[in-house]
Design a protein around this ligand. Structure first.
Ligand code: FAD
Length: 474
């Protein structure tokens, strides 16, 4: 039987810095195996995971583009339309009838992904092949950053300190582009070919070269002012790489390597633009490490277990007003409309709108987590769960529950001229100056009245949290 090394791609959809692909190639060379890159779309599981339509489209477009990029270096790709994760063993079993398989994959940490991989691994082992995992989602693999006592960090700042010490000690390593290969055409079984998407992500370039250029130009031209601009949604001051990092068109290691190249030593300064951008990439790693160490998070349980008892009010009408950007709080509405219209939301606005849902509307943070996932092009379980638990004060290194964002003050501070609000809330287009942050009164007809009173809502939040803290203390 012909030997075949299968590189089963998931959220590592790139040629450069792809250790899974490179290792499979090296192994194939030594063992005289052929090589095949595989991608299986699993639309039913995506729906189960609330994956946004725009992210599904981005994935499909990226895979079809990657197929062409792989062909340029002689690598064949099989892009298959599957249904759910349950179908994977069947696909591999069909391949096993024809080939002696070794399978190379990037480790995924979530529950269904682990179960899926175990099922396929059993099948491959039974057939005499190997199932080889590579822990390449993070620069420092989960479990590798520990306290002197060997524990996992629950707080970001000391995690970051140790993470940076490891970076200083070991540097960051990226794997190069695979060499062009020639192999005779594989006779593969028939599978349903990957379908195109709905085109909703068309504004996002999916060529690997374009994404690399976006990352490189950000490091070259914008990162120096990141610390001054990153909090202002009307300014294009952040990298906009999240969607690409989430599906692995670019890796975090590539970002850090380029940052070090372009920013001199400033990346190691806490308060420089480069230093703060690096911190954001470390937050990304922190949340993945936490997810692996505390698997209850994968089941949407709060990290601080006592907060499971909070009496969320879960008013469906208020939830709908929030989802649709009709709360009467202009910055929240602009944020939600940005999400609904573009599939992306600025980080400052994610914090404001998440805080508003939980602490002004008293709605369970999991409703918001799910809604974000169903709309975000960059939906990433660890970052989304971490962000929501931070905002809800239920997480590892969360905002203390008594620190409650005032949406109007936040708006005045981070959208001072109202430029961002005017972009997404046309009802307020005629407002200038400070009144745009609280436009109520003054003959306003077609914009919703505020759905809650912030001061009252704040009081109730404090009571709800005090209640569970008290029960816990007893
Ligand atoms: P930049 O500011 O340029 O940051 C660079 C990269 O660092 C980002 O692309 C991202 O990969 C990472 N990053 C930045 N901030 C964070 C953070 N706080 N936590 C983890 N990683 C971070 N990010 C996602 O990628 N997917 C999500 O599903 C997601 N959901 C969020 C939900 C909430 C409630 C909050 C508060 C934050 C969430 N974030 C999420 C984090 C952050 O808002 C986005 O990563 C960021 O806005 C993306 O824009 P950018 O690529 O321009 O980021």
């Amino acid at each position: 039987m012909q030997k075949l090394n299968v590189v089963w791609l998931r959220n590592d959809l790139r040629l450069l810095d792809n250790a899974v692909l490179c290792s499979a190639l090296q192994h194939a060379e030594k063992s005289a195996a052929a090589i095949l890159v595989l991608y299986v779309a699993t639309a039913e599981t995506w729906v189960l995971h609330d994956m946004a339509a725009i992210k599904q489209d981005l994935l499909r477009r990226r895979v079809l583009q990657l197929k062409k990029e792989l062909a340029d270096v002689g690598l064949p790709m099989l892009a298959v339309e599957g249904s759910s994760y349950q179908q994977l063993p069947q696909i591999f079993s069909t391949l096993c009838q024809q080939f002696e398989l070794n399978v190379f994959v990037q480790t995924e940490y979530e529950l269904r992904e682990q179960q899926r991989d175990e099922a396929v691994e059993q099948l491959i082992l039974k057939s005499g092949g190997q199932f080889i995992r590579f822990d390449t989602q993070c620069i420092m693999p989960p479990g590798s950053i520990r306290t002197q006592q060997g524990d996992i960090y629950k707080v970001f700042t000391p995690f970051k300190r140790t993470w940076l010490a490891q970076l200083q000690a070991n540097g960051v390593h990226c794997v190069g582009r695979p060499q062009k290969i020639t192999q005779s055409e594989l006779q593969l079984p028939e599978f349903p070919p990957l379908q195109g998407g709905d085109g909703s992500s068309a504004g996002w370039d999916v060529a690997e070269s374009s994404v690399l250029e976006l990352m490189r130009s950000f490091c070259r031209e914008k990162v120096a002012s990141y610390h001054e601009q990153r909090d202002f949604p009307a300014v294009d001051g952040t990298s906009r790489l999240s969607a690409y990092l989430a599906i692995g068109v670019v890796s975090a290691a590539q970002c850090v390597a380029r940052l070090q190249l372009e920013a001199g030593n400033s990346w190691s300064e806490d308060k420089s633009g480069a230093g703060i951008w690096l911190s954001e990439l470390i937050w990304r790693e922190f949340y993945k490490h936490i997810l692996v160490a505390y698997p209850q998070l994968i089941k949407h349980q709060p990290f601080q277990s006592e907060t499971a008892g909070i009496r969320w009010q879960n008013n469906k009408q208020l939830f709908d007003a929030w989802c649709n950007g009709n709360t009467g709080y202009p910055i929240v509405d602009a944020a939600m409309r940005q999400l609904n219209q573009t599939g992306w939301m600025h980080n400052r606005l994610r914090m404001i709108s998440a805080s508003f849902l939980v602490k002004d509307l008293h709605i369970d943070w999991r409703w918001g987590e799910r809604y974000f996932m169903s709309r975000l092009i960059d939906g990433d379980f660890a970052a989304n769960n971490g962000g929501w638990q931070w905002a809800a004060s239920t997480g590892t290194d969360a905002a203390p529950y008594f620190r409650i964002f005032n949406p109007v003050t936040q708006s005045e501070k981070f959208d001072p001229q109202g430029d961002f609000i005017r972009l997404y809330v046309p009802e307020l287009s005629k407002f200038t100056g400070k009144s745009i942050h609280w436009p109520h009164g003054a003959g306003l007809v077609n914009y919703p009245k505020p759905v809650v009173d912030h001061a009252e809502a704040r009081k109730l939040t404090l009571e709800l949290f005090a209640e569970v803290k008290k029960t816990h203390a007893n």
